[in-house]
Design a protein around this ligand. Structure first.
Ligand code: HEC
Length: 155
């Protein structure tokens, strides 16, 4: 009996493992990596946003560092992290919509807007709080503009 139970447990574990691998599809690593880059952007934006909202006292050095990091995270070549077929329908752990790869998708324009906003933020963040606040509006709009079009709606 004991052996039977042990055998059943092993079988259950193996099945669970197989099911997970299947659900995640072939692009699990790409999805994890791009989500990590997004999370890193969000961390830097949190620093800048905290200052813009007055929750954290403005500090030119810390603001500059966050803006430098944000720009680095936006500039990194992530092209290999977005293979067609790595959307939410193919792998539920992704929040990417298939619209990214659809005919006429303007994901490229949205990524360009993001780059420009991050460059502007990098020039503004260390200057003074007012400059940071102005740049923050454009950066926030670039993030949410792309999310609204290409990421699963958040609730
Ligand atoms: C050009 C489009 C685009 C831009 C610009 C963009 N994102 Fe995203 N973001 C996405 C997509 C698509 C996903 C879903 C990725 C997935 O789950 O596979 C995502 C997911 C995320 C996530 C969730 C990551 C996770 O762990 O699941 C965070 C956080 C995030 N983005 C933050 C940001 C921030 C902050 C900015 C602006 C500084 C930004 N994003 C700009 C497209 C974009």
């Amino acid at each position: 009996m004991k052996t039977l139970f042990a055998g059943m447990t092993v079988a259950a574990v193996l099945c669970a493992g197989a099911a997970t691998a299947q659900e995640r599809g072939p692009f699990a690593m790409q999805i994890d990596a791009r989500q990590g880059i997004m999370a890193y952007r969000a961390l830097q934006l949190g620093v800048l946003g905290g200052m813009a909202k007055g929750e954290v006292e403005y500090n030119a050095e810390a603001a500059q560092k966050a803006a430098d990091n944000l720009l680095a995270a936006v500039t990194i070549d992530a092209s290999m992290l977005w293979p067609k077929g790595s959307d939410h329908d193919a792998d539920p752990s992704s929040e990417a919509l298939a619209a990214i790869w659809a005919e006429g998708s303007d994901i490229g324009a949205k990524a360009t807007a993001m780059s420009e906003a991050a460059v502007a933020m990098q020039a503004a963040a260390g200057k003074d709080l007012e400059s940071l606040k102005t740049a923050m509006g454009t950066v926030g709009a670039a993030c949410s503009g792309c999310h609204k079009a290409f990421r699963l709606p958040q609730n």
